[in-house]
Design a protein around this ligand. Structure first.
Ligand code: SAH
Ligand code: SF4
Ligand code: F3S
Length: 463
């Protein structure tokens, strides 16, 4: 297919590198990939692993025995970036001991000119830096680095076509990530993502279906469709609810999830599709960010508090057993205590299953970073704690209502308690039950018996 061309061009470099790397390192080299940020990055790291595997790298999680260490980074909050600078800085000694070691930085943080300059000037032991647009050019960039023996920086964003055909190497688990689109057009005033991921591009239905089939054949039981705003997916007239139906109809027993939905584009058609598609999880992650319409306007979210609440009501009324989770930013510039109480009000009214809460972090280059922000850190911290407390009570009360209820869960991880495993319901409730790793990847029918510290259940039936 024609859009394979970008990666096809890279294959000549894969071929050259196959013959170069073992002589270069003196042995079969090992790569260590460290991933920060959202599932989009996890999915990108699967592609990085796929490319490196093609070239002939082996893999390790131990930095000290690696020949190639790559940080796939996130820029969404300052803290995320600081952590990366700290962890990259800590490699200086490893590099001194092993001058052959290649250190690379990629992902959203690397896409920023300011980060490129800082790495160039102050982190001389970083050999390779490339942004989100250049991921598919990894073979060419490693080749350049080894051949010319000088540092490579590639944050060129002029080719924004989706490079299809890049091989992905998954962790081999039964959870799969499936990007359906890249980029974001929304420009929420606090957010760096549109600057580092570019404009929205939707993948073809055919490609997505093909990937979904591969995941299912590969034993995936839980597939998450990924995009910054999946609701604006559109490929030649196929919209997101249409796509959900198409994947739902594929053969196989799996749960189909998606993230993230933007409230402004969450249509009746989508709500009905979630209700009607049997395999689609009865859970929506619908970030509202703030309960104050004034702050929502300043954030450029393009909905009001009332619109959000009526959307949630419609979703609850339409989809039996639905749970909702959300993201909230506390302390956006200009947020008064009254504005914050509006956020608390939404939290109390909606009764979210869980929340991802963040204190506003100014991102250089975004409009919100320039806004007047008179509220001090301490006050923001207090609001944050108050919010967590409110949500924690809601979660406790919700959990109590689960006693005696029966669910179908996919066993997907070890439990926190010794001798226990954990699983998620379609509505994304996490339950623990006695068992061992032989249950991993299996669907189980369980009944909730206790909800003190975690939600414990007994297994009624293995499927
Ligand atoms: N596309 C998704 C969000 C991706 S970023 C959406 O629109 O819902 C994930 C979350 O990080 C956001 O929902 C927001 O709550 C938070 N976030 C983004 N930028 C932030 C910033 N500058 N400071 C604090 N939190 C931020
Ligand atoms: Fe960021 Fe807003 Fe786009 Fe989400 S929708 S990625 S918060 S700009
Ligand atoms: Fe972070 Fe980039 Fe995701 S900024 S949240 S890794 S899209």
């Amino acid at each position: 297919m024609s859009d394979d061309v970008l990666y096809t061009e890279q294959k000549q470099y894969v071929g050259l590198l196959k013959n170069m790397i073992t002589p270069h390192f003196g042995h079969t080299p090992k790569a260590c990939i460290i991933t920060y940020g959202c599932q989009q990055n996890v999915s990108d790291s699967e592609r990085i692993r796929g490319i490196l595997d093609d070239i002939g790298f082996e893999f390790t999680e131990d930095k000290a025995s690696a020949d190639f260490i790559i940080f796939n980074t996130c820029a969404v909050r300052e803290h995320a970036q600081d952590r990366v600078f700290g962890n990259v800085g800590a490699l200086k000694n490893l590099k001194r001991k092993n001058p052959n070691l290649i250190v690379a930085l990629c992902g959203c943080m690397a896409q920023q000119e300011s980060v490129k300059e800082r790495i160039k000037n102050s982190f001389s032991f970083v050999d390779l830096l490339f942004g989100t647009f250049a991921l598919y050019r990894l073979p060419q960039n490693i080749y350049k680095l080894l051949k010319d023996n000088h540092r490579v920086f590639d944050i060129d964003d002029s080719i924004s076509d989706i490079p299809e055909g890049v091989p992905a190497k998954r962790d081999g688990t039964f959870k799969g990530w499936l990007p359906i689109m890249y980029g974001c057009n929304n420009f929420c005033t606090y957010c760096i993502v549109p600057y580092v991921r570019g404009r929205e591009r939707s993948r073809s239905v055919e490609r997505i279906v093909d990937d979904a089939k591969k995941l299912i054949a590969d034993g995936c039981k839980d597939i998450t469709l990924l995009g910054q705003n999946v609701n604006s997916y559109n490929y030649n007239g196929t919209d997101f609810p249409d796509l959900l139906k198409i994947i739902n109809d594929l053969e196989g027993d799996f749960v189909l999830r998606f993230m993230t939905s933007h409230p402004k584009d969450c249509s009746d058609k989508l709500i009905c599709a979630v209700r009607d598609c049997q395999k689609v999880a009865k859970h929506i992650h619908l970030p509202f960010q703030s309960g104050s319409t004034k702050i929502l306007k300043a954030m450029n979210r393009r909905y009001t508090k009332e619109q959000y609440l009526s959307l949630i009501k419609k979703a609850y009324d339409t989809i039996p057993g639905l749970t909702v989770t959300s993201d909230i930013i506390v302390g956006f510039p200009g947020e008064t205590y009254e504005d914050f109480l509006e956020t608390i009000d939404v939290v109390k009214k909606v009764k979210f299953l869980s929340l991802f809460t963040f204190i506003f972090s100014p991102r250089p280059g975004t409009p919100a970073a320039e806004m007047d922000d008179p509220v001090d850190k301490e006050t923001k911290g207090e609001r944050f704690t108050q919010l967590l407390k409110v949500q924690s009570e809601i979660s406790d009360n919700f959990n109590k209502t689960l006693i005696g209820k029966k669910f179908r869960v996919l066993c997907d991880e070890s439990g926190r308690k010794e001798g226990y495993m954990a699983g998620h319901t379609s509505s994304n409730i996490c339950l623990e039950f006695k068992g061992d790793t032989s249950l991993l990847g299996k669907f189980l029918n369980v009944e909730v018996i206790q909800t003190d510290n975690d939600i414990s259940a007994i297994i009624l039936e293995e499927q």
